[in-house]
Design a protein around this ligand. Structure first.
Ligand SMILES: C[S@@+](CC[C@H](N)C(=O)[O-])C[C@H]1O[C@@H](n2cnc3c(N)ncnc32)[C@H](O)[C@@H]1O
Length: 422
């Protein structure tokens, strides 16, 4: 069947309409004339294979990564970068419109300085003599030698570990994951294993290649896909990475949360700082290792940071001590419980939740605060949260940030102001 691609779907697949029936065509691009073949038929739509491109988009690229069509990591390497940025802004606009009915203003997507080698952390999966990432919509591993999105050190350590395993067959069946974090030439490596294993000699190998490196063993007996869980043993070398950013000194370890693309992280934080008014009281909900709280404390009167994960909270506490910051209070616990203990009037709340968003309970609790700054990594969860408070707020600005270039993910910053009561 021949048709034209008239839109993009939620997973960057092209959308065609023939006789009022919708076809999703992975890897096709907006405006292309294509030949398609139905692969899966559903009641209201079908998924079709791109058989032939009859008229190609001028924005189509040959994907540089050899694993692109199989690997579940990237979804956009066949688009030039401007098309990727446009696609992401449109995705946010459409998602918010569909869920909330609001025709919201969405700015152009802020580009990443680097669209390859930007990731400072990766978690590789190991199983049955294969290692790499999951295939699209699957728990099957695609065997890869490297990933173009990762910092060079991470790829090098992955190669070294594969080589090490080839010489240490006895530990191979227990290895579940390799987690590597590399920032400013400081590297933390975590071997995730289903049982206790001896891996000290891997540290010796690492020190032949890297000056500042540390090795952890994480004994994870879980059967689900959660990686960093269970006993975490420090084997040797550095325990933490020390970062200086915004003139603030702070440490993170393998378990603490840190954004994966620091260039885009800083662009978002600059904008958040812009939104904060001098001398206001701010809650930084979901505050991670505390960098953003510290940045805004330079302008705000007082900042409360709330974080559920102990290791990140401890890093946030260490940060305010090291940098002699007096107007930040870090609270450990679940936002829903801890929010209630803040008794003074709050002017602004920053929400930066995990992928699942804030949800009804949190959105209802904060409904009424003058100003909300929402940072989201999931447009659908964001739109559902906005739906809960939309009658009380005006959306002042929505800015997409390309935290995850070449992938289908996007980070969105939304600024909301409470409606004036008449
Ligand atoms: C996307 S991260 C943002 C971290 C931080 N704002 C930053 O930019 O580095 C989300 C954080 O929320 C924390 N978190 C998740 N659920 C939470 C809850 N119910 N209450 C408080 N913190 C939570 C996670 O541990 C994680 O550190």
């Amino acid at each position: 069947m021949q048709t034209t691609i008239i839109d993009y779907g939620m997973n960057a697949e092209g959308v065609a309409k023939v006789d009022n029936f919708i076809y999703f065509v992975p890897y096709s691009m907006f405006g292309e004339k294509v030949e398609i073949e139905v692969e899966q038929q559903f009641k209201n739509y079908a998924i079709a294979k791109l058989k032939n491109i009859l008229v190609q988009s001028t924005k189509r690229l040959s994907p540089p990564c050899p694993y692109f069509y199989e690997c579940g990591g990237c979804a956009l390497q066949h688009m030039d970068y401007f098309e990727q940025l446009e696609y992401k802004a449109l995705l946010i606009k459409k998602t918010i419109k569909k869920i909330t009915g609001i025709d919201a203003p969405v700015s152009n997507t802020v580009a990443s300085d680097n669209i390859f080698k930007y990731r400072n952390k990766a978690s590789f999966n190991f199983s049955n003599n294969k290692s790499g990432f999951f295939k699209h919509n699957s728990k099957d591993i695609i065997d890869i030698s490297y990933c173009m999105l990762l910092d060079d050190n991470i790829n090098q350590i992955y190669s070294l570990f594969k080589e090490y395993l080839s010489k240490h067959n006895s530990i191979k069946p227990y290895i579940k994951n390799l987690v590597v974090r590399s920032i400013d030439q400081q590297i933390l490596v975590g071997i995730v294993s289903s049982t206790d294993i001896k891996c000290n000699s891997f540290y010796d190998l690492l020190t032949k290649h890297f000056k500042q490196v540390g090795l952890y063993l994480i004994i994870n007996k879980r059967k689900d896909s959660v990686v960093l869980s269970g006993q975490c043993k420090h084997i040797a070398g550095i325990k933490e990475i020390n970062i200086k950013n915004y003139n603030i000194n702070y440490n993170i370890d393998l378990l603490s949360f840190h954004q994966t693309n620091i260039d885009i992280q800083n662009k978002i934080y600059d904008k958040v700082l812009d939104y904060i008014k001098r001398d206001e009281t701010v809650i930084n909900a979901f505050s991670g290792a505390g960098l953003l709280s510290a940045i805004i404390s330079k302008k705000a009167r007082f900042v409360y940071g709330i974080e559920i994960e102990k290791s990140s909270h401890e890093k946030a506490e260490q940060l305010i001590k090291t940098n002699h910051i007096k107007n930040v209070k870090n609270i450990l616990g679940d936002f829903n419980q801890k929010y209630k203990i803040i008794k003074e009037k709050v002017d602004t709340i920053i929400l930066d939740p995990s992928k699942k968003g804030c949800g009804k309970d949190i959105m209802r609790q904060i409904n009424g605060i003058n100003s909300i700054i929402y940072i989201s990594c999931n447009p659908i969860a964001l739109a559902k949260d906005l739906q809960i408070i939309k009658n009380n707020y005006i959306i002042e600005e929505i800015i997409p940030f390309d935290m995850f270039a070449n992938t289908n993910s996007v980070e969105t910053l939304v600024k909301l102001k409470i409606k004036e009561k008449i």
